[in-house]
Design a protein around this ligand. Structure first.
Ligand SMILES: [Zn+2]
Length: 105
């Protein structure tokens, strides 16, 4: 399995997705910001892992994106927001997570 920086990818990929949904609920976020934020939480995520994940989450209807052009950065960047379906999925997952944490503690 190609983990490309995300250790135990098969186990923690769901947590990464929940982090993304959480932050994209609060405002528009973009790839490099997500990589930096997740590093703060101890996840080492490469663009080669993140971008396919974001694309898949958008295809599933959890995220929506647009190209953000109006900036002095020179080139546009894609920004993401959580959809209504994504918020629902986040809420259900957090409920399940609380249940799991309660059991293992
Ligand atoms: Zn976070």
């Amino acid at each position: 399995m190609a983990t490309r920086g995300l250790r135990f990818h098969d186990l923690v990929a769901g947590f990464v997705r929940l982090h993304i949904l959480h932050h994209a609920t609060e405002g528009e976020i973009y790839g490099q910001w997500i990589i930096d934020e997740l590093r703060r939480h101890g996840y080492r995520l490469s663009p080669g892992t993140l971008y396919p994940m974001l694309q898949a989450m958008e295809e599933r209807g959890y995220l929506t994106s647009r190209l953000d052009r109006d900036d002095s950065r020179g080139r546009p960047r894609r920004v993401y927001r959580t959809t209504r379906l994504g918020r629902r999925g986040l809420a259900v997952s957090l409920e399940r997570l609380r249940e799991l944490v309660g059991e293992v503690n």
